[in-house]
Design a protein. Structure first.
Length: 559
């Protein structure tokens, strides 16, 4: 299957909003990034509309159209009737003028095909051969039935969509021409690919082409009473155009994919019979299509614009024979691995779901129940960590494990200087018996908040500040930092009493050693001095004796 909806990985923020809104859960998460599963997707465009990061992109076909416009064959635009809501106040003549400036040979309203379709619907209800008739105008509804309610395929009206009917009519009248469909729908890109229409543009893509070419769409007066089928893109619009209804059917309208699913479930259970159901995947029908809803979601004005533009009579066209407007719809079977009960249980255990009470079914992951999520994990569509309660519990256990096993005291204080969290080491450091004694209490009841006030006010971190806390009888080393996002303070306390005691003991020993050394030096100096004194006296006496001896010897020699 061709992918017409792609994800921009750089934009995806792992918020799971797309899977929460996907009616058929056709989105796979891997590596915390989302991607569409083409074979399961019904191209409703819900994920495109709700994505807050614009990570979903509709495949752009403007280049394909530009190539067609520069080719030899004429290109005719089939414009969906919802254009009157998108291009406010613009009629088909004005739009055709602008399209011709782009290079189109001509433009016609897809409402011509809608007229053929509604006439065939009238024939079907009057024939009365089908118990339940579901309109087959909406390609997304057709895909929903074919892929997820294959037993109901026989209830789809065996009639072409208005786009397909108009395309066949154009081919009959202009066999050499190429067709480009223009509308508000994503799924029409898939339908054009299947039936052989050359390309499909969204109204946004057409607007970008006008802007790039510097073309402004003007307004031209149109006065006509035909064009009743222009009501097709509104809720109940198909029934509004049907004037020949059999009384053997109950007629009602369903719009919005969730309502469609509920109706299909009722049909599947056998609760409905003899009814004609106008079914549209988009709330508000085509004027509420993904392109309209994403950028121009004004349903009241949209309906008003269509109502004012629609005529009171049908277009004067040649109705094809039933055999030339017939369409066949068939089940589209996608193989999915189904887990056993044991495998589901094993996956549930991995995300902390051991009992029925553990299965919160909160829907945060996008699935309706924990079991559906486990099934998706088995099929490779979801990841274990998509379970928010599991992640929160895992994160809390991890954080608590760090806090409780940290040798340092840790305390969290909020902007009002109230204690929000405290671990065992901090309780011990501050001689506090129980957490309940201090949690939620003002910090001032525990310790001097001066340093905390300073950090909160000027944002400057306190690093390894040591002080003696007389109230605890301990030396504590305090580090305080501010979490500006959560606007709270985180304090780390380290009991350094033993270090400080050892340090002081060491200093005391050092002082005593120095004192002893000084005493020894003093004593040694006195001894030295005494020895020096004694030595000095002996030397003097010796010198005198020697002098006298020398003099005696000298005297003897003289004689």
């Amino acid at each position: 299957m061709v992918e017409f909806l792609k994800f921009e990985k750089s934009n995806c923020k792992n918020c799971y909003k797309c899977i929460r809104n996907c009616p058929v859960k056709a989105i796979r998460f891997s590596g915390n990034l989302a991607s569409v599963i083409p074979e399961e997707c019904i191209l409703c465009g819900k994920c495109y509309v709700v994505c807050p990061q614009n990570a979903k992109k509709i495949v752009d076909e403007t280049e394909i159209v530009n190539v067609l416009l520069h080719g030899d064959a004429p290109v005719i635009a089939s414009v969906a009737p919802s254009f009157a809501a998108y291009f406010n106040g613009v009629g088909i003549n004005a739009l055709e003028t602008a399209l011709k400036k782009l290079g189109f040979a001509s433009a016609e309203e897809t409402a011509l095909g809608a007229t053929m379709v509604k006439t065939e619907y009238e024939r079907l209800v009057n024939a009365g051969e089908q118990d339940i008739i579901i309109t087959s105008c909406c390609h997304t509804v057709n895909l929903l039935v074919e892929k997820y309610y294959p037993r109901l395929v026989g209830y789809l009206a065996p009639v072409m969509t208005p786009m397909s009917a108009h395309h066949e009519d154009l081919k009959r009248r202009h066999p050499e021409a190429k067709t480009v469909f223009i509308g508000p729908c994503l799924s029409k890109k898939d339908e054009t690919d299947k039936i052989g229409i050359e390309a499909a543009l969204t109204f946004d893509e057409l607007s970008s082409m006008f802007e790039a070419a510097g073309i402004e769409v003007g307004q031209e007066s149109e006065d006509t009473d035909t064009g009743l089928a222009r009501f097709f893109p509104t809720t109940g619009g198909i029934l509004k155009t049907m004037t020949k209804k059999s009384p053997n059917y109950t007629y009602f309208t369903i719009d919005g994919i969730d309502n469609c699913v509920n109706a299909l479930k009722d049909i599947e259970s056998g609760k409905l019979h003899h009814c004609f159901i106008e079914m549209s995947a988009c709330a508000g029908s085509c004027v509420g299509g993904p392109i309209m809803e994403k950028n121009r979601n004004t349903p009241v004005r949209h309906y008003q614009a269509i109502s004012e533009y629609a005529g009171e009579k049908d277009f004067d066209i040649e109705q094809p024979s039933p055999s030339h407007i017939v369409a066949e719809y068939a089940p589209i079977i996608t193989e999915k691995a189904e887990p056993t009960e044991e495998q589901i249980t094993e996956i549930l255990h991995k995300i902390g779901k051991f009992t029925a009470e553990d299965e919160l079914n909160c829907g945060t992951c996008g699935y309706d129940s924990c079991r559906e999520k486990a099934k998706a994990v088995f099929q490779g569509k979801a990841e274990l960590n998509m379970c928010l309660p599991f992640l929160m519990d895992k994160s809390e256990r991890f954080t608590n494990n760090i806090l409780e096993n940290s040798p340092n005291g840790i305390m969290v204080v909020n902007e009002f200087y109230e204690i929000q969290q405290i671990n065992k080491a901090a309780l011990k450091a501050m001689n506090i018996h129980s957490r309940s004694d201090v949690l939620g209490e003002p910090l001032v009841r525990v310790m001097n908040p001066a340093d905390f006030l300073s950090v909160m006010e000027d944002g400057k971190k306190v690093n390894n500040k040591r002080d003696y806390y007389a109230e605890f009888g301990k030396y504590l080393e305090l580090t305080i930092s501010r979490d500006s996002v959560a606007n709270q303070l985180i304090a780390i306390l380290r009991d350094v009493t033993d270090e400080e005691t050892a340090k002081k003991n060491k200093e005391k020993i050092s002082r005593k050693t120095i004192e002893t050394a000084d005493q020894v030096v003093d004593k040694q100096m006195r001894i030295v001095q005494e020895i020096a004194s004694l030595l000095g006296e002996t030397a003097a006496e010796t010198k005198i004796a020697l002098t006298k001896l020398k003099e005696s010897i000298t005297d003897d020699n003289d004689e």
